[in-house]
Design a protein around this ligand. Sequence first.
Ligand SMILES: C=CC1=C(C)c2cc3[nH]c(cc4nc(cc5[nH]c(cc1n2)c(C)c5CCC(=O)O)C(CCC(=O)O)=C4C)c(C)c3C=C
Ligand SMILES: [Fe+2]
Length: 446
Amino acid sequence: MTNDSTPPTPGSDPTPVPGSSSSPAAAPAQPGRRRGFSRRGLFGAAGAAVATGVAGYAVHSALSTEPSQAADNNGPVEFHGPHQAGITTPVQDRLHFAAFDVTTTKRDELIALLKEWTAAAALLTAGRDIGQYGAVNGPGEAPPEDTGEAVGLPPARLTITVGFGPSLFDKRFGLAAKRPQALVDLPHFIGDDLDPARSGGDIAVQACSDDPQVAVHAIRNLARIGFGRVAVRYSQLGFGRTSSTSRAQATPRNLFGFKDGTNNLKLEEADKLEQQLWVQPEDGPEWMVGGAYLVSRRIRMNIEIWDRTSLGEQETIIGRGKGTGAPLGKADEFDAIDFTAKNSDGDPKMPMDSHVRLAHPQFNNGAELLRRGYNFVDGSDGLGRLDAGLFFLAYQRDPRKQFIPVQNQLAKSDTMNEYIHHVGSGIFACPAGVTPGSYWGEKLFS
Ligand SMILES: C=CC1=C(C)c2cc3[nH]c(cc4nc(cc5[nH]c(cc1n2)c(C)c5CCC(=O)O)C(CCC(=O)O)=C4C)c(C)c3C=C
Ligand SMILES: [Fe+2]
C-alpha cells in the first residue's frame, strides 16, 4: 500500500494545526488508510511547538479519565490523558518493548529528545507518519523522516508508554533528588539468573499494538530519532498477550497452555485502580502522581520439560484447571477461590505451594498487580530447546508493597520454579499521562 499524501511545497502552505477544528487530523482515523497529510510543523518542529506551548501535535486532545478504547482493532487509542495509554488499555496482541541507555550527558539534549519522542508518539499512535514529509514525500537526496514500513497500515490500537529507570537518577542529569522512594533497585530473588545485558535501562518504551509491524515501526522510529542521544540496551518482541485488562476481553493463554490474566486488575475496577495502580498525591513525588511503576521480567519457560509433565501435575502447580481456567475444586473460570476447601484425603484443594495461592492478595497483604505480559519465542538456545517464555510486565502503585513481596513468596515456594527462571529484569517509573502541549517527564525536569 502506498502513502496517499500530496507532496508539500516547502515553505509555502499554511499547515492546519492538528487537533484544531480546521485540521484533517481532528477527524476520526480512517482504518486502513494511513493519513499522510497535515504533517508540517510536527516532528522536527514539534520540540519548538512544545516549548512555545503550541499543541502542534495534539491529534486527539480531549481528556478523559480512561484512555479512549478503539472501537475495533484497527483504530487509534487516545494518546493524551491523565494516565499514559498502554497501562489499562485493553491489552493488544503484540509487544515491542525497548530499554534505552541515555548516551548524551547533556540534560538539555535529553529534554529535547523527550519532546521529540512525545510529538512522534502522538503521530504514531494516530496512525500517521512522523516528520514533515513522512516516509515518501521528502526530498530524494535525504533519508526519509519516517522509515515507511507502516505506510498504509492503520493505527491498530498502538500505544506507546514510557518509564524512567533508577539509573536515570544518577549524577548525569541532576535528577538524584527527584528519584521516587518507590523506584527501588529490585533485590536479588532466589533463583534469579539475570543477564545484565537484558536488564535495567535508563528509559523503557513499551509499544503495544494489534499489528506487530506497527509496534516495531514505533520502536524503530523512536530509536532512530534518538540516535546520538540514546542507544537501545535490549529489546523484546512479544507475540501473544498473557493477560486481560478489561472484562470485555477473553482470557488468553500462556505458553504453558493455561488461561492467564483471569484474576488481573481490570480497567472497570476504578476504585481498585486508585488503591493498587495509580500513584496518589500522598505517595509522592509530585511528578509521579497519576503514574505507576512498571516491573519487567524476562522469564524463560522450560516448555520441553513442562510438556512431559502430566495434566494433573500441571494443574496442581498452577492451582487452576487447564481447560476451564477455574480454581481447583470449582467449575468456572471466574468462580471465587476457596482456599479452605479440602480433598477427601484432607489436603487443600488449592495446594499450599500452587502459583495462584502464593500470588493471591489474601496471602500478600492485599497486594495486587496489573499484569500485561506477553509470550515470546526467540529462536532456540543451541541445546535443542526453544528460547521461549513470558515477558512479564506488571504495573503497580508501589513495588515495595506489591511486586517485591509477591515475587519473594513465589521465588521461595512456587512449584512452578522447576519450569521457569528469570533471566532479565527492569523497574521503571512511568509518569502520569501527557496533556496537549506537554511532554513525557515534563514535571520531572521542571
Ligand atoms: C511476581 C509476580 C508474578 C510472576 C513473576 C508470575 C509469573 C508467571 N505466572 C504464570 C502463570 C499464571 N499466573 C497466574 C496468576 C497470577 N500470577 C501472579 C503473579 C505473578 N506471576 C498473580 C498476582 C496472579 C493472580 C493470583 C490470584 O489473585 O488469583 C495464573 C492464573 C490465572 C490468573 O489469574 O491470571 C497463571 C496461569 C506464569 C506461566 C509465569 C511465569 C512464566
Ligand atoms: Fe502468575
